[in-house]
Design a binder for this molecule. Structure first.
Ligand code: NAD
Length: 478
């Protein structure tokens, strides 16, 4: 087998110890790796590089396209960018894969049968970092969901489930409230799901889904979700499996991928041969699957499960009555190495048949007929009841483009609002053609200029389009 080039960073704190232990295990299992080492983390940050990664490290990552990363310490104080966020975005690592499994009865857990994989979209949603303060009172964070981004993560989840012998894919969204953005997830989940008749499909509103996940995680298999819900719930899943310190994760892109433990650099445990290398080892097992060395991944995983089962535990999971021997990082790694070729008896042995999926291509969309039908103009205004503003705006029209409704934080306040509705200084004023016909961008520009000339404080506009006749904007209720 040819050696696969990978980039390795030893990181900070316990990073170097757990990385060494992990690499020793991989080598003993026969992993074919050609390792390039890079420096990342605290020292690099402190040398003035705000991303925490030297420029030549990026060259290595672009060359090998596979990154096994130990945790780093982010220095205290502002101005340092999150290395993880930078790496994910720069390398287009759109899929975060986090298995959360319990190892009952060898690692304490309330959920002995849990075996869930959370697949989280990694690049979009509220994490675009596009935020604005628009008025004295109101701040905004843009939630961006793209069709190709959504299709890629959903296809990835189905491909992952199929290739890894999983039975069911569940989608968590809040599409009852966010009908367009989260609604797109449901739509694509249903569309793409039809191509996978062999897999069970299930859709939950994220709130009740999250409650079920925390209560009866054994009901779930693979769960796919947008960035924010996935960020929160993958931590919940790891925590309730009882194994937050021994969970790994993969960040997969079309070209590159990054593998790591989910925990941090635990600086207080550094240099004492105490840390559990299992989290990083789990990341490395995902890496072996990704680079097509699934057989080696299986050997490592089964030897690791056998070590847990034999009660050889580091301090963090050691429990009198369950554990047999308390060991350090090195001894734990040696115990895993001794068990290579063995399988667990009580825990279910692992069988990885196929590589993790990569290179997911979204389908080309047919051309759509996009038409401009109106505009939402947002104003900062604090001069009394909504009717005063509404009656004022109702005077302005540009070739039939007329005020239809005003909302405040999404609640209709004009015409015929309730006096009880609490209003901020942030007003969304919707203008549509009086005969519901299409309008021109010039009408929008002219209307905007008119309002500005009248001394109104316009803070933003949002064009209203239809796509093949279907509204590309949320309706105003009430
Ligand atoms: P942490 O995960 O490092 O530690 C939390 C607790 O878990 C500590 O009690 C620690 O001793 C224990 N722990 C963690 N990993 C362990 C292991 N392998 N074996 C045994 N015990 C382990 O979280 P923290 O203390 O909040 O953060 C420490 C540093 O790590 C911070 O600088 C933070 O920014 C950084 N961090 C980095 C990453 C990353 O690189 N991906 C992730 C999270 C935190």
């Amino acid at each position: 087998m040819n050696k696969t080039p990978i980039t390795v960073a030893y990181g900070d704190g316990i990073g170097p110890e757990i990385m060494q232990a992990t690499l020793n295990i991989l080598e003993a299992a026969g992993a074919q790796l050609d390792i390039e080492e890079i420096k990342i983390g605290e020292e690099v940050y402190k040398s003035g590089i705000t991303t925490g990664m030297e420029p030549k490290a990026w060259d290595s990552l672009r060359r090998t396209k596979v990154f096994l990363k130990a945790p780093i310490t982010t220095p205290q104080g502002g101005g340092y960018k999150s290395l993880n966020v930078t790496t994910r975005k720069a390398l287009g690592l759109y899929a975060n894969v986090r298995p959360a499994r319990s190892y009952h009865p060898f690692v304490e857990t309330k959920h002995p049968k849990m075996d869930v994989v959370i697949i989280r979209e990694n690049e979009e949603d509220l994490y675009a970092g596009i935020e604005h303060r628009q008025t004295s009172e109101v701040y905004q964070c843009l939630k961006l969901i793209s069709r190709p981004g959504t299709e890629k993560i959903i296809r990835y989840a189905f491909e992952y489930a199929r290739s890894q012998g999983r039975k069911k894919v569940t989608c968590f969204v809040k599409d009852n409230i966010m009908k367009l953005t989260d609604g797109l997830y449901t739509k694509i989940f249903n569309e793409v799901g039809e191509e996978y008749p062999d897999l069970e499909k299930e859709h939950w509103i994220v709130d009740i889904g999250a409650a079920k996940l925390a209560d009866t995680p054994e009901l779930f298999d693979v769960i796919v979700m947008p960035n924010l819900y996935g960020d929160i719930l993958s931590d919940v899943a790891a925590q309730i499996s009882g194994s937050v310190g021994i969970a790994g994760s993969a960040n997969i892109g079309d070209q590159c991928a990054m593998f790591e433990a989910i925990h941090g650099s635990a600086p207080r445990r550094a240099g004492q041969n105490l840390a559990n290398p299992s989290g990083l080892l789990q990341g490395a097992v995902l890496m072996l699957q990704h680079i097509g060395q699934a057989e080696i991944a299986e050997k490592v995983q089964n030897a690791w499960l056998k070590t847990l089962e034999d009660g050889i535990h580091t301090y963090d999971i050691f429990k009198e009555g369950i554990s047999k021997e308390k060991v350090g990082t090195k001894e734990f790694a040696e115990a895993v190495i001794e068990r290579i070729g063995q399988k667990p008896h009580t825990l279910t042995p692992i069988s990885y048949k196929e590589a993790l999926p990569s290179q997911i291509k979204p389908k080309e969309l047919p051309e759509e007929n996009k038409e401009l039908v109106g505009v939402d103009i947002f104003l900062e205004w604090n001069q009394g009841a909504p009717n005063i503003l509404g009656d004022k705006l109702a005077q302005y029209q540009v070739e039939g483009l007329k005020l239809r409704v005003i909302t405040n934080r999404g609640v209709k306040v004009y015409p015929e609002g309730f006096p009880e509705t609490f209003c901020t200084d942030h007003w969304r004023c919707r203008f549509l053609d009086e005969n519901d016909e299409t309008i021109s961008p010039n009408q929008v520009a002219e209307l905007y200029s008119k309002l500005v000339a009248e001394g109104l404080n316009c803070i933003k506009t949002e064009n209203l389009y239809t796509f093949n006749g279907e509204a590309g904007y949320s309706a105003v209720h009430g």
